[in-house]
Design a protein around this ligand. Structure first.
Ligand code: IMP
Length: 422
């Protein structure tokens, strides 16, 4: 069985818990896109840890973690995560494999990410500052450096030196701190020795695993609404976040994916700039943010919140070929007197689809809402859908009927077992 878990909104849908749940029997857990701009919380021996690169699945005893070629890697962050696990007596030897095709996020990418944001001023995009955009830009302009070069260190020295010199010219023109090439090369030589044991041809590994009918779980990061092609660009992240990225970012054909699980938070959140058509302001937003702990895992920034947006979600389900939905954080809406769902958009008096909108349209259109009576009961201990308050059941049924995709699980608290199976 090959399963993909994908966020259908703007990220932070609660994918980590679902991966944990669906990954229990996985032989392989695979990251296939993005970088350390993503983040998930993992609890080890009652201690909370934040991981950004290591697939969540590796915390299961039998699961092997794979970082596929579509992921861009900040090796210092990856080593930090490996060392954190070592200090908790979790060894990743023969448990983690990294593709030599992964591009590297290098110090000048982070410097440029910050510099571009600073220059954008009031128009800043609100990136995570992790060097994501500049790294992907180097990848597609043939200026990138991969793990392949790191392993063949003479190539790394040559390419890094050349790239850092170019980037230093840009940094100098902006009065920013330059990259110390010699110092960085000494640092990366040490990193190479530590990373090399994890590097294998992950394509062959996954291809064989699939032929042997192993269970493979693809862990999506971010969300469909941040996809580089399908978001209101430039309010995007640097990678494709849709199902198609599984093929390009790991090598496994799309046809080999049996189940595509779309994760939908019962309301909307977004961190960073860009349009959010159903955004809620004021006291209610604050209440939802606090109750839902809506603060970024990577940057700690408060997330903007909004009503559930079915106009955007319909598009997400279609483009990803979602087979079933996991609805998360429904408990956060308990106590909201009336709950709205956006069922479409209007612009200039006419209906308009999500896919027809750029950032300008999304910022000025009028969402069409359906309003539901809320429910006041705490639902965190309910495990049977029939025991949910009637208004809450209506909310679930309406989403399912509009998206025309079955909801398979409803998550009602961060607790591992707090799930309602439908
Ligand atoms: P970047 O990916 O750091 O370049 O940031 C671009 C945009 O994507 C910003 O608005 C970020 O806040 C957003 N973003 C990137 N990754 C995530 C994520 O995992 N969750 C939520 N937002 C994200």
């Amino acid at each position: 069985m090959t399963t993909a878990v994908l966020g259908l909104q703007w990220g932070d849908e609660g994918k980590g818990k679902v991966v944990d749940l669906l990954g229990k029997d996985a032989d392989f857990a695979v990251r296939f896109h993005g970088g350390n701009n993503a983040g998930h919380t993992v609890v080890i021996k009652d201690k909370k840890f934040f991981f950004h690169l290591i697939p969540s699945g590796v915390f299961n005893k039998k699961t092997i973690g794979v970082i596929g070629n579509g992921v861009i890697i900040d090796l210092e962050v990856l080593l930090d995560e490996i060392n954190t696990l070592k200090s908790e007596e979790i060894s990743l030897k023969n448990k983690l494999f990294i593709s030599p095709r992964c591009h590297l996020i290098l110090p000048y990418h982070k410097a440029l990410d910050e510099a571009y944001e600073k220059m954008r001023g009031k128009e800043a995009l609100g990136t995570t500052g992790r060097g994501i955009g500049p790294c992907f830009a180097d990848k597609v302009s043939y200026n990138g450096i991969r793990i392949y070069e790191l392993i063949h260190f003479d190539l790394f020295e040559e390419k890094f030196g050349f790239q850092a010199e170019i980037k230093n010219k840009i940094l100098k023109s902006l009065d920013l701190k330059l990259i110390n090439i010699k110092q960085e090369l000494t640092k990366y030589k040490k990193i190479k020795d530590k990373i090399e044991p994890y590097v294998v041809d992950t394509y062959a590994l996954l291809y064989d695993a699939h032929r042997q009918n192993k269970n493979i779980l693809f862990e999506g990061a971010h969300g469909t609404m941040l996809d580089i092609d399908w978001s209101p660009y430039p309010y995007s992240t640097g990678s494709n976040t849709v199902t198609g990225a599984i093929n390009t970012g790991s090598g496994l054909p799309i046809k080999s994916i049996d189940r595509i699980v779309g994760i939908v938070k019962a309301y909307t959140s977004r961190v960073g700039g860009g349009p959010l058509p159903t955004e809620i302001e004021g006291g209610l937003a604050k209440k939802i943010r606090e109750k839902g702990h809506e603060y970024g895992t990577t940057t700690g920034r408060p997330r903007r919140v909004g009503w559930l947006d079915l106009a955007a979600l319909k598009f997400s389900c279609q483009i990803n070929n979602v087979t079933d939905i996991v609805l998360t954080k429904l408990d956060v809406l308990s106590g909201v007197p009336s709950v709205k769902i956006c069922v479409g958009y209007k612009l200039g008096g006419k209906k308009i689809d999500y896919s027809a909108c750029g950032y300008r349209e999304l910022a000025i259109l009028t969402p069409i809402y359906k309003t539901f009576d809320g429910w006041s009961e705490d639902i965190t201990n309910i495990r049977n859908v029939n025991n949910l308050p009637k208004n809450c059941q209506k909310y679930i049924k309406f989403i399912e009927s509009q998206l025309q995709v079955p909801i398979s699980i409803v998550s009602v608290s961060p607790e591992r077992s707090a799930n309602i199976f439908l």
